[in-house]
Design a protein around this ligand. Structure first.
Ligand code: C5P
Length: 305
């Protein structure tokens, strides 16, 4: 059973107060893009995870891998006894710890694959409930498209968005730890004297621009409250963001908790030019052109061997 699953960027990431459980209340606009991992799941005697492709060595293998955690969470929710061990093979194209929710994507793909493999028949909304327990970004990787996330990011509402958006993603060397970026965000706010009680609010201007389908309108409205924290941990990102703006990107932002930077282009041709210019400027480890919105996790092949 093979499932393809997209990476995401956040078109808006409004971070509110830190809650008692350590998470932050947020309002975010998720947008799935056409950079995909593939996950194959086969019945096995014991659960294992094998990773190949982009940054494979940096992915935690074994029981601690989010995909293995997802398989166990699904088995538990089905009260499945025995016969729930699976061999999980992840072919990575989404870089690790990059702010693109690659680990969450693999977990989502594993849920879809096991649901099918085991004939469990959970509905998309039931699967999203299991996904929310695995990680904040996992439900969105199931849904795909463009959607508003609330709570920890797990409560989703599909967004009305017109058109196709052309992006260039600029990968950075190394990753950033999501908890560290959130903690840095809190520290920067405290140092500024900003209350921890900041309220996360959806940008109605951004939602209107998305309905118009016009990247020139969407670009200036992209926002990410985690960006100052990501840039303070990785000051080199400033150069990448400045270069993208200089090369005419309609919008330039850190994706999620970073360090990947996402640049919104006018169209496919502009994205090609932007990718070449960013590569030439030497401000990143590599670039990839993607389109959004992309579909969520979906079965591509039912063959298991
Ligand atoms: O849910 P997930 O395991 O992906 O979250 C990873 C970490 O990111 C959390 O442990 C927390 O530190 C931070 N986080 C947060 N608020 C959110 C989502 C994530 O503080 N809404």
């Amino acid at each position: 059973m093979t499932v393809r699953v997209p990476a995401k960027v956040n078109l808006q990431l409004s971070v509110g107060a830190r809650r008692d459980d350590g998470y932050h209340d947020l309002v975010t606009v998720f947008h799935a893009v056409s950079l995909f991992d593939e996950v194959t799941v086969r019945p096995a005697d014991r659960t294992s995870v094998r990773v190949t492709g982009q940054d494979a060595a940096a992915v935690p293998a074994g029981r601690g891998n989010l995909a293995a955690i997802a398989a166990r969470a699904l088995a538990a929710s089905l009260h499945r006894r025995g016969k729930s061990a699976v061999q999980i093979e992840i072919r990575k194209r989404i870089p690790v710890a990059a702010g693109l929710a690659g680990g969450s994507a693999d977990a989502a793909a594993t849920l879809v694959a096991c649901n099918d493999l085991w004939g469990a028949g959970l509905t998309p909304s039931q699967l999203r409930d299991v996904a929310a327990g695995v990680g904040s970004d996992v439900p969105f990787a199931l849904l795909g498209g463009t959607a508003v996330g609330q709570g920890r990011g797990e409560r989703l509402t599909a967004a009305l968005a017109a058109g196709t958006y052309h992006w260039v993603l600029a990968f950075a060397a190394g990753g950033l730890s999501t908890p560290e970026v959130y903690a840095t965000c809190d520290r920067l706010r405290a140092a500024r004297g900003a209350a921890n009680g900041a309220e996360a609010v959806l940008s109605t201007e951004l939602m209107a621009a998305l309905r118009s389908g016009d990247p020139a309108a969407v670009g200036p409205l992209l926002s990410n409250d985690l960006q100052p924290a990501a840039v303070s941990l990785r000051p080199d990102l400033r150069r990448a963001l400045a270069a993208g703006r200089e090369f005419g990107a309609f919008g330039a932002m850190v994706s999620g908790s970073g360090p990947t930077c996402a640049f919104l282009a006018a169209n496919a041709g502009h994205a090609r030019e932007l990718a070449v210019s960013l590569t030439g400027a030497g401000v990143c480890r590599g670039v990839v052109r993607v389109k959004g919105p992309a579909a969520g996790a979906a079965v591509v092949a039912a063959k298991t061997r």
